[in-house]
Structures are given as structure tokens and as C-alpha cells.
Design a protein. Sequence first.
Length: 374
Amino acid sequence: MSLNCGIVGLPNVGKSTIFSALTSAPAEAANYPFCTIEPNVGIVAVPDRRLGEIAKICNPKKVVPAVVEFVDIAGLVKGASRGEGLGNQFLARIREVGAIVHVVRCFEDPDIVHVSGKVQPASDIETVEIELALADLATVEGRRAKAEKGVRSPDKETAKAAKAIVPLLDALGAALADGKTARSVSVAEEQRALLADLHLLTAKRQIYVCNVDEAGLADHLAGKESPLVAAVRSAATSDQAECIVICGKLEAEIAALENEEERAEFLKQAGLAESGLSILIHSAYRVLGLRTYFTAGPDEVRAWTINVGDLAPQAAGVIHTDFEKGFIKAEVYSCDELIELGSEAKVREAGRMRIEGREYVVRDGDVMHFRFSA
């Protein structure tokens, strides 16, 4: 299960500011490229009002939220695929994440230098995408050469596997050489396993983040869209990706407040229903294909992370592998039913508690109790 996103973009677009706000753990930030050399890693709680509502009902000793990991990766520049700006180190780290958060600068500020001298979101996005595509092209060409040798292998299984992957590599190579992403190449579901170990950068799903200033955020809230944001949204639409507008500076101020009450008041005064970072966290969770189920009792209320489509035994295995191995059945009800009725006892009385077996596909928001054999 992939639980992490890499934050990428050109230098000085606000990646480290957003990361620091996400994790409330200051990352090194400075007005020059490559101030972030080692990737900062932060474990971020997934905001979920349902968890708080369940906790109010159960009054547990401990409340544990679901989490997602964000990795702040240093700025990429033109030539990164050839090692420019320590590019090879950074690209290798992107390969390890499940999805990419691409931060794009959408504000003008003469005091913050732009690596190319001018804020141009479309060009900035293209620079990053080309470097990722070129790095993937090198990977694909290397595998293509290896597969060509495999086709001539006397071992029938090796030759068969090589013949199966060569057409895929050719299609990918042609697209990448044309500056397109691996995501743009149609690959049958049963063929994806053949490419999994390539860890192609441009095969990863992206979330585009428009980092705006406070004036830009005000315009966004008023339904106005600047040409800078519009350029990013156009790229996101073409990529069938999500696009989020965030004011990194404002989010940093919110994160610096001492408690949730102060943050809620700040958001209210700013005209925000929720913080941009909360929207980003939920988007990351969704793009990674993750869902949440809950366990609830007097000792602990906890949100557990599963993949979309996981069956009940797999969900049990997230708690402990023995739960999956010895799975018998699960008692299940919706957290909405618990919040509506006010207690688990009332859920039982209302006949809302269900017994589910091994083939049950766990739903987002389920509350579950597992029965298993030791």
C-alpha cells in the first residue's frame, strides 16, 4: 500500500513552505535554488470530522487518525535528467513515492527570484514534465536493451517474458521521446505488472497545486481566476488530474497557530470553509487510492487506511497479520449510523449491525469489529 506523495516543482515555487505548513515541522527554506538537498519527510494526519464524532460517542482513552506521508523533494531544473542541480538524486527519490504533488508558482514577487527569470506556469510545468519524461526514457531504453537480449535467450520462459514486454516498451519509448508521459500510453490492466518494477516517474498520478499570494487567493474565493492559475488548471485538465489553489504563506500562518480553535477562527475570518492543506491532504489520500474504516471502543477510536476494493480479511490484516490469517467474520456498520443513533447499542437495537464474510468489500466509513481464530 502506497501512502506517500512527493512534493516537486521548480526551485522557489513554495514547496518547502507548503511542506512545513503540512507537517508543522519547519523545513529549510531560502531564497536560492537547492536549499533542500536531503528530502524532508513528514507524516500528516488526515483530517476527518467522522473520527471526532465517533470519539465523542465512545469517549476513548486514545484517538488515532489515518495518516499520509509527504516528501519534500528539492527543486528540479532543466537538465535534471542529466544530473543538473543534483537532479539524479532528486529523481531517484521521486521514484519511491506513490503520487506526485506538483507545486507551481502562481504569484509575482520581485523579492523571490524565479529560476528562469519570469513566472510562466505553462513553461514551468513543461520543464518539470520534460525532465521526468527524459529520465523515464533512459529507464525504458535500458530495459528495452535488456529485453532484446532476453528474446534471444535459450530459456523459453525468459524469452516469453521478454517478448511480452518489448511492445510495451516500444510504445512507452515513442511517447516519452515525444515529450509525453507514461500516463498517456494505454496499457491493459493485466500488462501493468510487467512494468511495475520500472517505477516510471510519469506513470504516477499528479496533483497540481497553484501556489498563489493572498490577493490571488481572494480572487479565487471570489470566483475569479488569474491567467497564471488558468494555465495550471488547463495542464491539469489535459492530464486528467486534480488542481488545487493554495496560498502557501497563509497556510504557514494558520499552521503556526497554537490550537484548533484559533485556526478555525482564522479560517472563518479569511472566508475559508477549510484550509487549502486539508483539501490537499484529502486529494492525496484519494489519488493514492486510499480509504478509511474505523475501529471504536472505550480504549481507542482509530482510523485505519486501506486500498479501494480491499476485502474484509485484508482490512483486518492492516491491524495485524494474524487477524487476516485467522479471519472468520466481521461485525460492520456505518459510522453515519453510529453518529445518527448515538451509540453502538442503539445501532444493534435498530438492526443496523451486519455480519460480513471474507468476500465483503470494505466501504469508506465502515466501523468494524473482527472475529478471528488464533
